[in-house]
Design a protein around this ligand. Structure first.
Ligand code: RIB
Length: 307
């Protein structure tokens, strides 16, 4: 069983702010940093640092070679990371406040050049029983979901960001959703502010009965609905420095553990520990821990290490 992630590669421009800018307002930032990011790249790095084989497929512009190199250095196969001279690498403008929370504006750039021909070329190397991991930051998402299912592959989707194109995708074909409360509310039509995590999870189960759903609940932890059974994992308490890529770290580690045959509760526990480490560090890709760090933290807690 192999894993391919057809996903975004971004350059993240992170601005430290006291409070997020409001409509009509101009504010000064307290600092700026540049990191490798993109939900796709972050999730592939998490899979690679978790120690499983993963292929990343995606598009960068002329200045995107360092993103490809970083993936490769994290143990990710980059044979399908292509460069185009026709547009810039995708980027994100991120405001990060003093609590470590963020607001993100995306520029799709080369990520939107992922077209059906490219998807066909990538998926031709995979077959029934392999996993494809997807987010909503690249082109041709609906086509990719259909093509992967036609090949008998398993589809894991982090439906972020939710927009009209995402809602038009054949989401009923997805085998595993990994998403946050806001995304679950948008997919099910519930009011996020008036619904408990348990209600959101149940609504996902009703709307997508054949899929597993993993719901991340920020500092409250995570829950999973799998084959009618509900699992809960409390979050590890850490001082939040930067929540960017916390969800991506969780997604990569969860899928890595499940692909190894780890049970749902243990996969949640390991993904939650990896995500806590990511939250305690600055940046997207640089914050993602390697598996030895996750194991060390579990052992220091007196918990059994990962398998
Ligand atoms: O999930 C965090 C990521 O979202 C950032 O790295 C940014 O590039 C956006 O894709």
């Amino acid at each position: 069983m192999r894993i391919v992630n057809i996903g975004s590669l971004n350059i993240d421009y992170v601005y430290d702010v006291r409070n997020f800018v409001q409509k009509g307002q101009t504010i000064s930032s307290e600092g700026r940093s540049t990191f490798a990011g993109g939900k796709g790249l972050n999730q592939s790095i998490a899979l690679g640092r978790a120690g499983v084989e993963v292929c990343h497929a995606g598009m960068v512009g002329p200045e995107g070679a360092p993103l490809r190199d970083l993936l490769s250095a994290s143990g990710v196969n980059v044979d399908w990371v292509r460069q185009t001279d026709e547009c810039a690498t995708g980027h994100a403008i991120i405001q990060r406040d003093r609590e470590g929370d963020n607001c993100i504006i995306l520029y799709g750039g080369a990520n939107q050049r992922v077209d059906e021909t490219f998807v066909d070329e990538v998926l031709a190397s995979f077959s029934a029983g392999d996993w494809v991991l997807l987010q909503n930051e690249t082109g041709s998402l609906a086509y990719t979901i259909r093509s992967a299912k036609d090949r008998g592959m398993w589809v894991a989707l982090n439906p972020s960001p939710v927009n009209g194109a995402l809602l038009d995708c054949p989401l009923e074909l997805v085998d595993c959703f990994i998403l946050n409360e806001g995304e679950a509310a948008q997919l099910t039509g519930l009011d996020a502010s008036a619904s408990s995590p348990a209600e959101l999870l149940a609504a996902m189960g009703e709307r997508f009965p054949r899929a597993d759903t993993v719901l991340t609940i920020g500092s409250e932890g995570s829950m999973c609905l799998s084959s009618g059974e509900t699992f809960r994992q409390p979050a590890r308490k850490v001082e939040a420095v930067d929540t960017t890529a916390a969800g991506d770290t969780f997604t990569g580690y969860y899928l890595a553990e499940r692909s190894r045959g780890t049970s749902v509760p243990d996969a949640l526990r390991i993904a939650s520990t990896a995500s806590a480490l990511a939250v305690s560090r600055k940046g997207a890709a640089p914050s993602i821990p390697v598996r030895a760090e996750v194991e060390e933290l579990l052992v220091s807690d007196g918990q059994a290490p990962a398998n």
